[in-house]
Design a protein around this ligand. Structure first.
Ligand SMILES: [Zn+2]
Length: 143
């Protein structure tokens, strides 16, 4: 997920389950994406990196977003918007990106609330290995 381009839709209540990680897996944040954010472990798949980056947007961890961004496409800042709250991630599909690959893509829809309304970002992201670690390269956004 890169710098956001957004569409806003009609208001609709949406709340994350407090006990689960923002990325949607049934684990506490501290035991899930929090371990990657703290540098205790690294993503083994492109999808895991994608989930951890989504969670970093959700918790506002800009440092993690920047260090998991490929140096050739990394912006000066992650473009975090304090008025925007990420509420749900849907993984729509993946290609490659396993422990045995050096490239991979993850297509996802990320849902947010902003100013009493809701919207979503649909993106097909590209990931590559950089110095052995999965990093975000770029993405194509769609409807
Ligand atoms: Zn997680």
């Amino acid at each position: 997920m890169g710098i956001m381009s957004r569409r806003t839709r009609r208001p609709r209540p949406a709340r994350p389950t407090p006990a689960s990680c923002p990325c949607g897996l049934p684990a506490a944040y501290a035991d899930c994406c929090g371990r990657l954010h703290r540098g205790q472990t690294r993503a083994t798949t492109a999808e895991q990196l994608m989930r951890s980056r989504y969670s970093a947007f959700a918790v506002g961890d800009e440092a993690y977003l920047l260090r998991s961004w490929h140096p050739t496409t990394r912006p000066p800042g992650a473009g975090l918007d304090p008025g925007l709250r990420w509420v749900r991630l849907e993984i729509l599909g993946t290609t490659e990106g396993s422990a045995f690959h050096t490239t991979g893509t993850v297509e996802f829809r990320a849902h947010y609330t902003q100013g009493g309304g809701t919207g979503s970002l649909h993106e097909n992201s590209r990931f590559v290995r950089h110095e052995g670690a999965w990093v975000y390269l770029d993405g194509v956004t769609g409807d």
